[in-house]
Design a protein around this ligand. Sequence first.
Ligand code: NAP
Length: 247
Amino acid sequence: MEFENQVALITGASRGIGREVAMDLASQGAFVVINYTNSEDAAKQTLSEIEKAGGKGTTLQFDVSNFDDVQNKVTDFIKNHNGIDVLVNNAGITRDGLFLRMDERDWDRVFEVNIKGVFNCTKAVARSMIKQKYGRIINISSVVGEMGNAGQINYASAKSAIMGFTKSSAKEFGSRGITVNAVSPGFVDTDITKDLPQKTKEKYMEGVPLKRFGTTKDISNVVTFLASKKASYITGEVIRVNGGLYM
Ligand code: NAP
């Protein structure tokens, strides 16, 4: 199997896209580390489904925005499990609002989770990936980071920052056998999008040539490819998976 004897840490794997990625990597032989921050039951449920299907993994609680907690828990894990081969920086949140009404807290929180979280988790795995001369890092950006979106200036800015992070770290880590890529999803039906007004969803759909919203599987297919050895000559890329919404 593609990920036999590999360990993959997926942040925000209790729900949505991260959950799908964890299930896919596990089904291809990876030992998966299912990170979550609040949803312990959902994380355990993900693990239980993986185990039922014959896969292996564990849950690991931390808030990606908490530097010390991430370093401590991930370093401990690495010590006990001989490293991490794949890191999927997937955890993300929105705190939407038009610019004039957006308060500092909503700006900061979206940055703390969506981009500082990527720094924190990459920091926690990079040294061991360098030591083992192998690693795959996949960061989940967003179409909104590429095209902008009224009401999401914090989220769009943080998701753009992920692209700069991806390209810079790809340049730093390339000679060490580590690839770093980003996946930029369009609209995917998950908890993060479920409260959007119907009108907004319809407006999105008008711009999607493939005339459907994305599924978690659409995103996971690309993430698992980038995580595999088949993608060994791809680094610093931002792969759009958006049904043509932005090209
Ligand atoms: P989701 O269903 O809301 O799931 C979010 C996941 O992130 C949950 O597992 C959640 O854990 C975790 N999380 C949130 N804050 C965290 C923190 N501080 N520390 C650790 N984990 C945290 O979201 P999704 O739609 O699957 O989104 C996954 C990623 O794709 C995000 O980065 C999102 O921005 C991006 N994306 C989504 C879409 C879309 O349309 N859905 C489009 C473009 C990009 P708990 O369950 O513990 O809260």
